[in-house]
Design a protein around this ligand. Structure first.
Ligand SMILES: O=C(O)CCC(=O)C(=O)O
Length: 202
């Protein structure tokens, strides 16, 4: 990322060391209030009418927001942005994403880090992420096709830890962490923004 980042009024991270040790131990960490509720609305507005793969002028400043880099630096993760996407689950949709490691999609690629920002409240009712703590230490495991996506062959029997997020909260996780999400059992959509980063020299 460049220094062309927008000015922000970021909520100060209370204990970077605590966030980093949680990230290293579990493979993910929740960073509260990375965006304000108003900023979440602004991101959704900026994304509206987007013509893939073109990034609109409205969205670009958000993609290069200084808070992503500051967060990644605090966690000891690389900050070269390479992909971002708003991800939604429609109301009453059984859009289950099976247990997987993101690294399985990019064989032999260097490890990367995802910042998953809730643009609306996300919990078990509307299909939050579920994580397997410590699974990032297993290395890349075998996956098989499951419809259009990949599923870990040795899928955990444990249901994992549900990550509940308020609008603007983010969960940051590495590409080797086993995670899944279940359906949206509410009458409203579930919306998040995923931004992905590598080491600067990767
Ligand atoms: O949006 C979701 O619920 C899951 C996204 C995910 O796990 C992924 O893209 O790797």
């Amino acid at each position: 990322m460049t220094s062309a980042s927008r000015a922000t009024t970021a909520t100060p991270v209370r204990s970077v060391a605590a966030l980093r040790s949680g990230f290293e131990r579990d493979g993910w960490v929740v960073v509260p209030a990375l965006l304000s509720a108003d900023e979440c609305v602004a991101v959704v507005d900026a994304d509206a009418g987007r013509q893939w793969p073109v990034v609109s002028d409205a969205l670009r400043p958000w993609i290069f927001d200084a808070r992503w880099l500051a967060t990644l630096e605090g966690l000891g993760a690389g900050g070269r942005a390479f992909r971002e996407q708003l991800v939604t689950k429609a109301p009453h949709a059984e859009t289950r994403v099976p247990w997987h490691q993101d690294a399985a999609y990019l064989d032999a690629a260097p490890a990367f880090t995802t910042i998953f920002v809730a643009l609306e409240a996300i919990d078990e009712r509307n299909g939050c992420l579920r994580m397997q703590p410590g699974s990032h230490r297993r290395g890349l495991i075998e996956h098989r096709p499951c419809g259009y996506v990949l599923e870990a062959v040795d899928a955990p029997s444990d249901e994992g830890v549900s990550v509940t997020l308020a609008p603007g909260d983010a969960v940051v996780f590495g590409s080797s962490l086993l995670h899944q999400s279940l359906g949206n059992h509410t009458a409203t959509r579930r919306l998040a923004w995923m931004l992905q980063f590598r080491d600067a020299d990767a």
